[in-house]
Design a protein around this ligand. Structure first.
Ligand code: UD1
Ligand code: UDP
Length: 382
């Protein structure tokens, strides 16, 4: 029996790891699956665990209000030690680019386990953007034994860093597996919250907004909020829906600048299933989120990305995503153009899926199964 440990801590990691955990759990005769959440996020993580009905075997419960990177990193590494010693995994799976990913992979390396990186190889090659995620990914890539790259471009990035080709598998992004798993259920069984929001929206056009990136904290967020305010005031026939990330550095400017504007609906972070419904209901999406950039093209929704760089160039190349940065005038002008220019809107709304076909998890399970087969055969021969 192969022992697999899954380590994650934030909302997007949970969404993207959930279908992979389920895929391994289908083979209890082959895999002993255990889950360790660092709980770098708390409420936003628990929302996802509830939806996917996943129970953590180990919960480090690390989130603190307005936490900083130094203590979080240290606490994850020391918190992982007893978990790794107790379970002694053969393989540890980490995901993406958060502090949990980076610190979890370091701790797993210390334990001697084989470390597997899901969503490997994304790069901007700019260490300050996204901060600290670009460096988290590079460190994790250096440590990991196996690299599950979502696209050919991400594989290429790894090859350029001299990662051995036979340790890389192009899988597609597991976010699409999660979306496939959820979308029908969500659209046809809207929650009570969604039924209420749906009434408030009536048949108005919706601009959906999310944002949280550290490099946008401070002036960047102020400019973003000023832009949204101008768009809202000039477009009373449209509604901006903004589920606000719980980071106090986001909450403060958003609530100060955007509260009490009649057609701006500021709400708490939505449960994943509600958020999918909301994306589907919206006309366009303005975001700095990585995951939303990957999901929206599958739903045919144009995205304006409030960042100067992206490690997800595929949808930009396909024309469904445009980088607009955090300049107020650029955000306002690009949003209004996209809302009013039917031809541009239609060109950007094409259903397109550069990030996967919903079979990423199957490919990863298959890869590990074959690897284990080979390892066991070699053992027998020896
Ligand atoms: C983190 C990740 C980022 C990822 C994002 C997804 C790092 C450095 N950052 O950023 O890569 O894109 O999550 O959302 O790993 N908070 C709550 N409840 C929650 C979650 C957060 O109250 O459920 C508040 C807390 O005050 C917490 C703060 O948000 O201290 C910041 O959380 P943190 O995980 O450090 O940073 P994020 O901005 O969420
Ligand atoms: N999401 C959610 N509720 C929300 C906003 C986003 O469930 O209110 C989901 C979204 O569908 C996507 C993920 O959270 O899968 C993105 O998370 P986030 O933007 O926090 O992080 P990033 O992807 O930028 O790392």
């Amino acid at each position: 029996m192969t022992k697999n440990l899954f380590i994650f801590g934030t909302r997007p990691e949970a969404i993207k790891m959930a279908p992979l955990i389920k895929a391994f759990q289908k083979y209890p005769e082959l895999f002993d699956v255990k889950i360790c959440v660092t709980a770098q996020h708390r409420e936003m993580l628990d929302q996802v665990l509830n939806f996917f009905e996943i129970t953590a075997d180990y919960d480090l419960d690390l989130m603190r209000p307005d936490q900083n990177l130094y203590t979080l990193t240290a606490n994850i590494i020391t918190g992982m030690k007893p978990v790794l010693e107790a379970f002694q995994p053969d393989y540890v799976f980490v995901h993406g680019d958060t502090t949990t990913t980076m610190a979890g992979s370091i701790a797993s390396f210390y334990s001697g386990a084989k470390v597997c990186h899901v969503e490997a190889g994304l790069r901007t090659h700019n260490k300050w953007s996204p901060f600290p995620e670009e460096i988290n990914r590079q460190i994790t890539g250096r440590i990991c034994d196996y690299h599950f790259a979502p696209t050919k471009t991400s594989k290429q990035n790894l090859l350029q860093e001299n990662i051995k080709e036979d340790t890389i598998l192009v899988t597609g992004n597991t976010v699409i597996d999660a979306l496939h798993h959820s979308v029908e259920r969500v659209i046809h069984e809207p929650s009570t919250l969604i039924q209420g929001i749906s009434k408030t929206l009536g048949n108005k056009e919706v601009v959906l907004v999310t944002g949280h990136r550290r490099e946008n904290h401070g002036d960047g967020f102020i400019r973003i909020c000023e832009a949204l305010k101008e768009i809202a005031i000039g477009n009373k026939n449209r509604i901006i829906v903004y589920p606000v990330h719980l980071n106090p550095k986001v909450q403060e400017p958003v609530n100060r600048i955007l509260a009490n504007i009649e057609n701006v609906l500021l709400i708490e972070p939505m449960a994943y299933q509600d958020f999918i419904w909301m994306m589907n209901r919206s006309k366009i999406i303005i975001t700095d989120s990585g995951g939303v950039q990957e999901e929206a093209p599958s739903l045919g929704k144009p995205v304006l990305v409030m960042r100067d760089t992206t490690e997800r160039p595929e949808a930009v190349e396909a024309g469904t995503v445009v980088l607009v940065g955090t300049n107020k005038d650029v955000i306002v002008n690009e949003t209004l153009d996209l809302l009013n220019n039917t031809k541009r809107f239609e060109n950007m709304s094409k259903l397109h899926n550069p990030y996967g076909d919903g079979k990423a998890c199957e490919r990863i399970v298959d890869f590990i199964t074959k690897l284990e087969g080979k390892r066991k055969n070699t053992k027998n021969i020896v």
